[in-house]
Design a protein around this ligand. Structure first.
Ligand code: NAD
Length: 252
């Protein structure tokens, strides 16, 4: 199965790996990020031809709706939408803020990008697939083990925003089914990508790895593999699910 796959946060550590994997799987990838040049640099390195890059701020309602409509009109129907864009806001010392020190601004910014952004993308995608049905259509959201565990050490705004994504996936799966869209997600654990490196010094990797049953920090490719499965035909009868990609760090 192939077709158009749109990825948000394409210039990030995991977003890049997802673009690379979906291109290898045969999808025509539309890489989007805040900075078009950064998305373009990722797209340039992908195997295959016809991939595209766009600037997209997932928190901007009109921008999301307009870009999805333009892509659908000019390039065809989007088969797979991967909502990988996200932020984790830390304090000036690179630490996760306790709830008691979290400003309303940090809270709102985090919800707007991680939670509202995921909603805006899912809404636009379901509207598009309602207008034009696509065989094997998929939405893949990004939660986090932080949402499932209540975090590593605080960062309540991030934890709450990623918890909202878990609910959005379930609600979207119910409504998406009638439109032929499977709505699933991934919940990465500790993944060696820029967001983790904001607060984890590589010198501490060996110590941290001891708390992970599989004994290592994950890679962006580990997450991209799960996204590839959810994007492809082998996940045809799966919706409303979230795949843990965490080396056993949290088990249900
Ligand atoms: N790295 C981890 O350990 C980890 C763990 C759990 C979940 N996650 C989730 O995985 C996803 C990717 O994480 P990553 O580690 O690759 O992070 P990253 O910081 O490398 O990438 C995030 C990307 O999102 C983009 N972005 C930020 N705000 C945006 C906006 N408003 N609109 C569009 N793009 C925006 C950034 O420009 C960046 O390219 C995120 O949703 C993150 O919450 C990561």
């Amino acid at each position: 199965m192939a077709g158009l796959a749109l990825v948000t946060g394409a210039a990030g550590g995991i977003g890049r790996a997802v673009c690379e994997r979906l291109a290898t799987d045969g999808f025509t990838v539309i890489g989007t990020d805040l900075d078009r040049a950064a998305a373009e640099a990722v797209i340039q390195g992908l195997p295959g031809a016809g991939h595209l890059a766009f600037a997209l701020d997932v928190a901007e309602e009109e921008v999301v709706d307009t870009l999805i409509a333009e892509i659908e009109a000019e390039h065809g129907a989007i088969a797979v939408l991967v909502a990988a864009a996200g932020v984790l806001i830390l304090d000036e010392n690179g630490q996760r803020r306790p709830l008691t020190d979290t400003s309303l601004e940090e809270w709102n910014t985090t919800q707007t990008i991680n939670s509202t952004g995921s909603f805006l993308l899912l809404r636009a995608f379901l509207q598009a697939r309602s207008a034009r049905r696509v065989e094997g259509a998929r939405y893949i959201g990004f939660s986090s083990v932080a949402a499932q565990l209540g975090g590593y050490r605080s960062s309540s705004a991030y934890i709450a925003s990623k918890s909202a994504v878990l609910g959005l996936i379930r609600a979207g799966a119910r409504e998406g089914a009638a439109l032929g869209v499977a709505v699933n997600g991934v919940a990465p654990g500790l993944i060696d990508a820029p967001m983790l490196r904001l607060s984890l010094d590589p010198a501490k990797d060996a110590e941290v790895a001891q708390s992970i049953p599989q004994g290592r920090i994950g890679t962006p490719q580990d997450v991209a593999g799960a996204v590839s499965f959810l994007a492809g035909a082998d996940s045809d009868y799966i919706t409303g699910s979230v795949i843990d990609v965490n080396g056993g760090y949290r088990m249900q």
